[in-house]
Ligand binder design. Structure first.
Ligand code: SF4
Ligand code: SF4
Length: 472
């Protein structure tokens, strides 16, 4: 029985409702009147529910795909402007007791090098990240109560926030660790984390169980209900996503939107971010082993549809994707990307030897952060290292009204320019600095609120004298 506000995974992600939705979408995929009305609703920036979005997903009429893409581009521009937020993952440990068949960290993989960073090694990793210019990271760890207990994660967060390297500091630590108890989430919240992210991998329970044959993660309900427990523990910025390629994309797309609707119905605030990881090669993992691999054109459509369905939810694309796909993603709705990522444990401070491979996946985009920043500027966007909202207490239901009214852009725009300026002063190459300075000069003039404009000008001048970390 489908119940959007239920506490039970199998009720808020009802298999029957997903199958009914897909049948409804198939029956209506050429119903132009319905398709037009769905697009008209999306054009009001109110988002789409899973049934409406599914009709557009299944529709194969080229003109509707074009209309969808144009609308996604418009919504992205209107809500997120030119800003692209940058972050990097930090892998703490690849010890894991789970048996996820798509991940090289699965417990039966004997040829991957197992590593866990000590607090001192974390310090070195953070120094290396700060030396690049990163301000926002997401920590990643396998699930292993002996090697990576929660206390280890909490100690690591404390270490990360404590490292100041000249002007460098990590100002927001997001966390991507296994599902845990409400009490654990409370501790993570108290440790000052930004977003808690946990990918569902797939919403299809039967498939989920065969992809997760062993370990605590094999419990579908416990995993699917994790975000409810995180919210109960006080974390109101949560990030969701599926790993495209594990299940048929149509099923998981509908499940993903149902999950977002559930969080909104039960807690009054939907997910803060949606990520779009797609399965890619890794040690012991071949993409060809997964028959549901999603081709680029469908993947683009998924990105566009998530953007129009959840206009105020940030969207993240990692270095799993190529430069070309990330460029396309940025146009269609992606608001955050990782840059210069290392997907191995300890990969920032020291380049890994091939025989020491501890990476979770092979990167398709291996450029340096400076190259990424320059590329973003060349594309006409503004790279942003902003971390202001969670530090100003603008999270959960305090954040969403500001996002929905558009007021947040009064903060995002100057914050992007000021954090970009920090990057240019402290880390950029001459070429990137020159391009970036011209963009900042031009964009400062475009700030509509005169008071904000004047303050942003003043703050940027003060940065010339060594001051940092201004924010709205
Ligand atoms: Fe462990 Fe996560 Fe990899 Fe599964 S996906 S094996 S839980 S690290
Ligand atoms: Fe994100 Fe808030 Fe900064 Fe805008 S002001 S970029 S919403 S942290």
């Amino acid at each position: 029985m489908y119940d959007v506000a239920s506490s039970k995974a199998e009720e808020f992600i009802s298999h029957d409702e997903i199958m009914d939705t897909l049948a409804y979408a198939e029956a209506n995929k050429h119903n132009r009147e319905l398709l037009d009305s769905i697009l008209a609703k999306a054009a009001t920036y109110k988002g789409l529910n899973h049934r409406e979005a599914a009709v557009l997903l299944v529709c194969d009429l080229p003109e509707y795909k074009e209309k969808l893409f144009n609308l996604a581009i418009e919504i992205k521009r209107k809500i997120y402007g030119d800003r692209v937020v940058l972050f990097a993952p930090l892998y703490l440990s690849n010890y894991c007791i789970n048996g996820c068949v798509y991940c090289p960290y699965h417990s039966k993989n004997r040829h991957i090098k197992r590593k866990k960073l000590t607090q001192d090694q974390i310090r070195q990793e953070v120094m290396a990240l700060e030396a690049m210019g990163h301000k926002r990271i997401v920590i990643e760890s396998g699930e292993d109560p002996l090697n990576n207990p929660l206390d280890y994660i909490l100690d690591s967060i404390k270490t990360i926030y404590s490292i100041k390297n000249k002007h460098g500091e990590i100002r927001r630590v997001n966390v991507n660790i296994a599902a845990c108890e409400v009490e654990d989430y409370k501790k993570l919240h108290e440790a000052g984390i930004g977003t808690y992210t946990l990918f569902q991998e797939t919403y299809n329970k039967k498939n989920y169980e065969s992809l997760h044959p062993t370990g605590p993660k094999s419990n579908y309900a416990y995993h699917t209900e994790a975000m409810d427990r995180a919210m109960q523990g006080g974390i109101d910025d949560v990030g969701i996503g599926v790993l495209y390629g594990l299940e048929h994309y149509k099923y998981d797309f509908v499940g993903l939107l149902m999950h977002a609707e559930h969080l909104e119905a039960k807690f009054g605030v939907g997910p803060h971010t949606i990520s779009v990881p797609r399965i890619c090669p890794a040690d012991d993992i071949e993409v060809g082993d997964f028959s549901n691999a999603v081709p680029d054109d469908i993947f683009e459509k998924i990105v566009a549809l998530i953007r129009v369905s959840t206009p105020y939810t940030g969207m993240i694309m990692s270095t799993r994707e190529s430069q070309r796909m990330r460029e396309r993603g940025l146009a269609l709705g992606i608001s955050q990307i990782s840059g210069a990522s290392r997907t191995s444990v300890g990969g920032y401070a020291k380049e890994e030897l091939p025989e020491d491979n501890s990476a979770q996946f092979d990167r398709s985009d291996c450029r340096t952060l400076d190259e990424i920043v320059e590329w973003i500027l060349d594309l006409g966007y503004v790279p942003s290292f902003c971390t202001a909202c969670y530090r100003a207490g603008r999270t959960g239901d305090r954040f969403m009204p500001l996002a929905k009214s558009g007021e947040i852009s009064n903060c995002c725009q100057p914050n992007a320019l000021m954090t970009l300026n920090e990057y240019l002063l402290d880390y950029a190459s001459d070429k990137t600095r020159k391009t970036g300075e011209a963009v900042i000069k031009e964009q400062l003039e475009e700030i509509k609120n005169q008071k904000v404009k004047q303050m942003a000008h003043e703050y940027i001048q003060q940065m010339e004298h060594g001051e940092r970390d201004f924010r709205f």
